[in-house]
Design a protein around this ligand. Structure first.
Ligand code: CMP
Length: 167
């Protein structure tokens, strides 16, 4: 009788242990959540005109970004001024607006873990002459005013820039 009770107790402990391990396994699986982030990206008129759109999109996808939304558009002066409003007081503002409205651009909403920082890394430094080898601006940009791509620089900027083009 005592032996039966001991066996039953051991079986019960075994079942409880299995249940506990399984619960932890499923708990871990279900709570490993990847924080996806969205950013705004633009392929500028120089890169579009030079037919680098395909290569840039390919780099975006092979670097793990999901293109959530995308369209090709000729920006109006008003839209360009709104988009670059933060640079309104800069001496290059008019030049910047003229350039970004000089031909069609490709507008994108990109999604990925760390999308904002990773897209900026993939683009490289603002000035293509200072950009790292292999980056998009190094590959496809000419100078600081003609630098092939744009990307939001922070979470708040990404929110605002995405709202300008995708709402
Ligand atoms: P972008 O990332 O689109 O953000 C603002 C843009 O202003 C920047 O890329 C450059 O193309 C442009 N820009 C920044 N500094 C200068 C400069 N000194 N002269 C001309 N254009 C500039």
């Amino acid at each position: 009788m005592n032996t039966k009770i001991v066996y039953a107790g051991l079986a019960l402990i075994g079942i409880l242990l299995i249940a506990l391990v399984s619960k932890q396994f499923f708990f871990k699986r279900n709570t490993t959540m990847i924080a996806l982030e969205k950013t705004f990206a633009m392929i500028k008129p120089d890169a579009v005109a030079a037919k680098h759109t395909g290569e840039i999109i390919s780099a975006i996808e092979s670097n793990g970004f999901t293109i959530v939304k995308m369209r090709k558009e000729q920006l109006s002066k008003e839209k360009a001024q709104q988009f670059y409003a933060v640079h309104k007081a800069k001496p290059f503002f008019n030049e910047l607006v003229d350039f970004v409205t000089s031909g069609p651009v490709v507008l994108m909403m990109l999604e990925k873990e760390n999308a904002i920082a990773d897209w900026r890394k993939l683009m490289g430094a603002t000035d293509p002459l200072k950009a790292e080898e292999g980056t998009l601006r190094k590959r496809f940009g000419t100078d600081i005013g003609h630098n092939a791509t744009h990307g939001s620089d922070a979470a708040q900027t990404a929110k605002e820039e995405l709202a300008i083009f995708f709402s």
